[in-house]
Design a protein around this ligand. Structure first.
Ligand code: 13P
Length: 343
């Protein structure tokens, strides 16, 4: 199956009432882990790369690995998505390379740190929508500002400083024509999201429900959605790591989100934890080993286990064969028939 547009995946997810995990990658083993989990659970897949991942891998490597994934797993609908594009130029370079979906994160200025104005966000996102839709590529926008920093991108903070306003979300979608909308409800990137199991004071699921009621036709995106499970923290600490106690987003809260319009769920940290724990274990238990495959194989397996579990929990499992792909050029025609940028 060729790489498909994210819009098609999310439209199908909305029809089926499920969510789709978007997993970050930097290398071959992570892509293999996701594809194996997808095959095992029969899941459609979104694989995403941040700017940091693109520069780490010289992004051509990643792109060709994605083509290999599409060739080796023809039964899996597969999206290649740019996570947190910081500017129109970054999104353009991803589209030129062959990404089938991009995020224009205009909630921050191009430095990837400073919160922007609403007008700037609308203007930059609208430009990306026009450019992307003309090629059949999907666009995710962001309104409100997430907490934390990932790969050098982020405003920092707890994620409660700029929680999304429902009226502004509706206006933003109307003015930009984005296909999917990331909202800020108190989540943040990274392992240190909450200092206790989150309740409504720090994780604003009520706000998410309000936004969904206001714009029920819009595919919502939850960023910073790793659950940071205690067992993965424990493995790292048992084998010489030193993570401080921390809490992530409980899976049942994500499932509540999925019942209220969330179609894409971003997960990176949980996989990083799984990989690091598995590698630390090999290093500690068999310090005489030095073949990278001795620790990369268990690392890949540990990530596959986490991804397969999330695919089942988000409900995407079993849906890979529900539909045939609409090509990107076909998507471009659909957008142009509606007027570029119109939902
Ligand atoms: P986590 O750090 O919670 O995995 O979030 C990743 C993310 O939102 C990537 O955009």
């Amino acid at each position: 199956m060729p790489l498909v547009s994210m819009r098609q995946l999310l439209d199908e997810a909305a029809k089926g009432g499920y969510g789709v995990g978007a997993f970050n990658v930097n290398n071959m083993e992570q892509i293999q882990a996701i594809m194996e989990a997808a095959r095992e659970t029969k899941s459609p897949v979104i694989i995403q790369a941040s700017r940091g991942a693109r520069s780490y891998s010289q992004d051509k490597f990643l792109y060709h690995l994605m083509l290999a994934a599409a060739e080796l797993y023809p039964e899996i609908p597969l999206v290649m998505h740019l996570d947190h594009g910081n500017s129109v130029e970054t999104c353009k370079s991803a589209i030129d390379l062959g990404f089938t979906s991009v995020m224009m994160d205009g909630s921050l200025m191009p430095d990837g740190k400073t919160p922007s104005s609403f007008e700037y966000n609308v203007d930059a996102t609208r430009q990306v929508v026009e450019m992307a839709h003309a090629k059949g590529v999907t666009v995710e926008g962001e309104i409100g500002v997430l907490g934390g920093i990932e790969d050098g991108h982020g405003a920092g903070g707890t994620g409660l400083e700029h929680v999304t306003d429902p009226d502004q979300a509706a206006e933003f979608v109307e003015k930009t024509g984005v296909d999917a909308l990331a909202i800020a409800i108190g989540t943040s990137h990274g392992a240190y999201k909450f200092s206790r199991k989150p309740d409504g004071a720090v994780l604003k699921m009520d706000r998410l429900i309000e936004i969904h009621k206001k714009i029920p036709h819009v595919h919502l995106v939850m960023h910073g959605s790793s659950s940071v499970p205690k067992d993965l923290q424990d493995i790292i600490n048992q084998y010489g790591g030193s993570l401080k106690p921390t809490w992530g987003v409980p899976v049942e809260e994500i499932q509540l989100g999925i019942r209220n319009g969330v179609r894409k769920i971003n997960v990176d940290t949980d996989n990083r934890l799984a990989i690091t724990g598995a590698i630390r274990k090999v290093f500690t238990e068999t310090p005489e080993k030095f073949d990278p495959r001795d620790y990369l194989k268990p690392a890949r397996e540990a990530m596959k286990k986490v991804v397969a579990e999330r695919m089942k929990q988000f409900g995407q499992a079993g849906h890979a064969g529900d539909y045939s792909p609409i090509s990107i050029s076909e998507m471009a025609k659909k957008y142009s028939a509606q007027g570029v940028g119109v939902r």
